[in-house]
Design a binder for this molecule. Structure first.
Ligand SMILES: Cc1cc2nc3c(=O)[nH]c(=O)nc-3n(C[C@H](O)[C@H](O)[C@H](O)COP(=O)(O)OP(=O)(O)OC[C@H]3O[C@@H](n4cnc5c(N)ncnc54)[C@H](O)[C@@H]3O)c2cc1C
Length: 298
């Protein structure tokens, strides 16, 4: 792997590392090492990196901010690619914004609000990148990123760049048809005319709501998707699991659909708890909970 790292380092100006501990790159603060960790900063670098990794037959995983991700304690035998540089830039057009996939979604939401542009306020406080948000169709307060999407530029597994609409991507509740070998590069979102004061107020309200209802300890957001007409948090709480602890992980006392890292949790601790929640909810209420978080290294 060091040889490949050297080869890639000679091709790009972004960061290249080996045996990079992924707990440093996930909001859970959990996860073992990735064999290779690469940060391309331009489209040209991204294509060079991916084609080298393909030639060497090294598996690739696209990481956003790792805010909806459980990485195994063993880590990942392959290359983690995280976009940087030009992928962190965004530019406004006529009631729209064209954002690189590595732009932090919450930052974009607040920035648009400050410019008096409406539509993205729901995303104030949703951690993660624009690219990760599109893959997950992230949303809150009845809206999701897919509602605003006019165009997404996505690199396919053969390294061809395509332009897609929301319809093409099959976006629904926390779901898209973007396959794991594809890379979201840029996203164009439709915005509306609003008023700066109103938008800022809305963003503040949403942030306040999160501070009140979501735990502060490291976590990965909602563990399970809400089943139709119910909430995963309500079911896990009703199953008597709020506050249940295994090792360093705990089902949050504030919101039962969050598992928190109390300081030294392993991925195995989290896995044990989420299986327990899944089994108890199925046993007691006959509801099969579907994972919302993504898994890496399993
Ligand atoms: C405290 C907290 C609160 C949260 N609240 C919400 C909420 O209200 N609503 C909500 O929807 N989510 C919420 N989440 C979950 C998370 O923030 C979102 O799912 C977010 O959009 C994930 O973005 P990310 O960049 O961190 O993606 P990651 O977690 O890094 O990755 C998620 C998936 O996207 C893929 N991916 C990432 N970037 C790319 C790319 N450029 N190209 C191709 N694939 C890519 C990854 O491979 C992975 O499959 C919350 C999380 C936390 C920790």
């Amino acid at each position: 792997m060091r040889k490949t790292a050297g080869k890639i380092a000679a091709q790009i100006s972004g960061i290249v590392g080996t045996d990079v501990v992924l707990s440093r790159h996930t909001s859970f603060k959990i996860g073992g090492p990735a064999d290779l960790f690469v940060e391309p900063v331009t489209m040209t670098e991204l294509v060079m990196v991916l084609s080298t990794l393909r030639q060497e037959e090294i598996p690739v995983y696209l990481l956003g901010s790792g805010t909806n991700l459980l990485v195994s304690d063993a880590g990942y035998r392959g290359a983690v690619v995280r976009l940087a540089g030009e992928f962190k830039q965004f530019i406004y057009g006529n009631y729209c914004v064209d954002a690189g996939a590595a732009v932090p979604l919450a930052r974009l939401a607040v920035d648009a609000g400050k410019r008096g542009l409406a539509g993205l306020d729901f995303a104030a406080g949703i951690p993660g990148t624009v690219g990760g948000a599109l893959v997950m169709n992230a949303g809150a307060h009845g809206s999701a990123i897919g509602d605003l999407l006019t165009e997404a530029q996505i690199l396919d597994e053969k390294l061809n760049l395509h332009s897609f609409t929301a319809e093409d991507l099959g976006l629904s509740y926390r779901k898209s048809n973007i396959t794991s070998g594809s890379v979201v590069c840029r996203v164009k979102l439709r915005l509306l005319q609003g008023e700066r004061e109103t938008q800022e107020k809305k963003c503040d309200q949403y942030l306040h709501f999160r501070r009140k209802h979501q735990p502060r300890q490291p976590n990965a957001g909602s563990i399970f998707k809400n089943p139709p007409h119910d909430s995963a948090g309500r079911l896990i709480e009703a199953a008597g699991l709020k506050g249940r602890r295994v090792g360093g992980a705990m089902i949050s006392e504030l919101h039962a659909n969050f598992i928190v890292n109390c300081g030294n949790a392993s991925a195995a601790d989290v896995w044990y708890l989420l299986e327990m929640a899944r089994e108890e909810v199925a046993r007691q209420f006959g509801v099969n909970l579907e994972l919302e978080i993504r898994l890496l290294g399993y």
